[in-house]
Design a protein. Structure first.
Length: 221
């Protein structure tokens, strides 16, 4: 899966230009409940402004400026004077997990998606990433969840798929997780008797995994 297939497109979020007045940027943030706005000039990403940047730039309510002076200042202060140019970006062809890793490593709420010549194509955030996780785990497609511990060797999915096929079932999704050095495979399957499938997988030498596997760990917390 690629970033460009899951991102918000340009028509799905608000952007501003360097000439946008800071006062107007603040209104857009409040109206759309945003913490940040991307700044675009002729289709190209040139920076971003955060809610705190706007707050620091605008005069406080306790200002000694007259109303005339305040209106004059607000009419002159534009985004170009306060925007940041270190906007985190990623390309649309990047794998979705690469974007997730970048956001995790750098503690980012989202990434601007840019194409050739730094043209802004879209934006991807944590909510979209959570949606991708739900989709890849196959939750919305129903079925039953089967999890088991495996050694790092080839042929595991082939063997287990054969067991599932024998019951006339099919695999909706496949995922791999690690915990304390243990590798676990999680399958979501369509099958009339998932319990029988799990029993046969266990009989084939695999250790089945469920909440009971970790109860002692949680009780000792």
């Amino acid at each position: 899966m690629y970033v460009g297939l899951k991102m918000l497109t340009r028509d799905q979020f608000v952007t501003i230009t360097p000439k946008t007045l800071v006062h107007d940027a603040e209104k857009l943030m409040l109206a759309n409940r945003l913490w940040m706005l991307l700044v675009v000039d002729d289709g190209k990403l040139v920076g971003h402004v955060r809610k705190e940047d706007v707050k620091e730039a605008l005069p406080s309510r306790a200002t000694s400026l007259s109303r005339h002076e305040l209106n004059y200042l607000l009419a002159k202060l534009d985004v170009a004077q306060i925007m940041r140019t270190d906007t985190p970006t990623i390309e649309p062809e990047a794998e979705i997990e690469v974007a997730a890793q970048k956001m995790f490593d750098e503690d980012l709420p989202g990434l601007a998606v840019v194409g050739c010549k730094n043209r802004l194509l879209g934006y991807i955030n944590r909510n979209l990433m959570l949606g991708v996780l739900v989709e890849e785990m196959g939750l919305e497609q129903g079925g039953a969840r089967i999890a088991f511990e495996v050694e790092d060797r080839s042929g595991v999915i082939y063997e287990v798929a054969g067991i599932i096929k024998g019951y006339g079932g099919s695999i909706i999704s496949t995922s791999t997780f690690y915990h304390n050095g243990r590798r676990m495979v999680v399958l979501r399957v369509h099958a009339e008797d998932p319990a029988a499938i799990a029993k046969d997988i266990e009989a084939a030498g695999y250790i089945m995994v469920g909440p009971h596997t970790f109860e002692s760990d949680w009780c000792n917390l």
